[in-house]
Ligand binder design. Structure first.
Ligand code: COA
Length: 259
């Protein structure tokens, strides 16, 4: 249970998990994804020692600024985009189907895979400075960790289309208005609210909580995550992504050709 990129502590049966790569704005590289898989799929799977999980990002700038673009360039060049999306989806399923509630405390940028991570959690509390978006189109790709499926479920097709096609960021107040987050609060209050929610749920019947999560998830069982992974594979293999990723690294605007 030693993690490189996750800080993990147990307080009063609540597992505090902090993604800790602040220099990369907590971007999800494969190491971090593997550690999340270990934590939710092995180390704490079905654990009776915990009543809930508080998931957040280190520092005050980002929850998670997305998949690690610099690392992903190599994955796409090797033609493994679809596989990467399938693997990422599998990790986020572990969270969505976890036996106790996972509350995302969104304390800054939640972009791309960061927004997808937040919406795979059961509840979301945002600080006032949080920013949400699916900016993959800026890079020439699409959300690949469930965003094309879960965002619809949470905020409806129209708003999901707008966020996904424009790549625009929205602030915490707008995220709250459209139902993307449960609460948007000043930083000092947001953490307390997240803990309060977890404590309330901890006082309920564990079987009822677990079965509620499973039953609500069952409603969305017809989602097509496979279609998303295939589409992600196609987009990430195109020249446009190579250009979009190079532009990000070089801090310039991309010149897309639709190829
Ligand atoms: N992957 C890898 N590195 C990332 C990253 C990501 N998703 N997001 C940010 N970083 C890195 C930056 O490259 C930079 O590293 P550097 O100091 O070595 O240059 C560092 O984190 C700080 O980011 P920077 O862009 O300088 O901060 P900013 O305040 O100007 O902008 C963001 C913040 C979040 C708007 C900007 O970093 C961004 O657009 N990130 C990518 C978001 C994205 O497209 N996510 C989806 C990926 S599929």
């Amino acid at each position: 249970m030693i993690y490189q990129n996750l800080d993990v502590s147990l307080e009063d049966r609540i597992l505090h998990v902090t993604i800790n790569r602040p220099k990369a704005l907590n971007a999800l590289n494969q190491q971090t994804m593997g550690e999340l898989a270990d934590l939710f799929g092995r180390d704490y799977k079905d654990s009776a020692d915990i009543s809930g999980v508080l998931l957040t990002g280190s520092g005050d700038r980002a929850f998670v600024a997305g998949a690690d673009i610099k690392e992903f360039i190599g994955v796409a060049a090797a033609g493994s985009g679809q596989k990467m999306a399938e693997n990422g989806q599998a990790v986020f399923f572990l969270i969505e189907r976890f036996h106790v509630p996972v509350v995302a405390l969104v304390n800054g940028f939640a972009l791309g895979g960061g927004c997808e991570l937040a919406i795979a959690c059961h509840l979301r509390v945002a600080t006032e400075t949080a920013r949400f978006g699916q900016p993959e189109v800026n890079l020439g790709i699409i959300p690949g960790y469930g965003g094309t499926q879960r965002l619809n479920q949470l905020i409806g097709k129209g708003k999901a289309m707008e966020l996904t096609l424009t790549g625009n960021m929205i602030d915490a107040a707008e995220a709250h208005r459209i139902g993307l987050v449960n609460y948007a609060l000043p930083a000092a209050e947001a953490r307390d609210k997240a803990i309060e929610l977890l404590r309330i749920i901890a006082g309920k019947g564990p079987i009822a909580v677990r079965e509620s999560i499973a039953a609500i998830n069952a409603y969305y069982a017809s989602s097509d995550f496979g279609a998303e992974a295939e589409a992600f594979g196609r987009a990430s293999a195109a020249e446009d992504f190579a250009e979009g990723a190079a532009a990000f690294v070089e801090k310039r605007k991309p010149n897309f050709k639709g190829q």
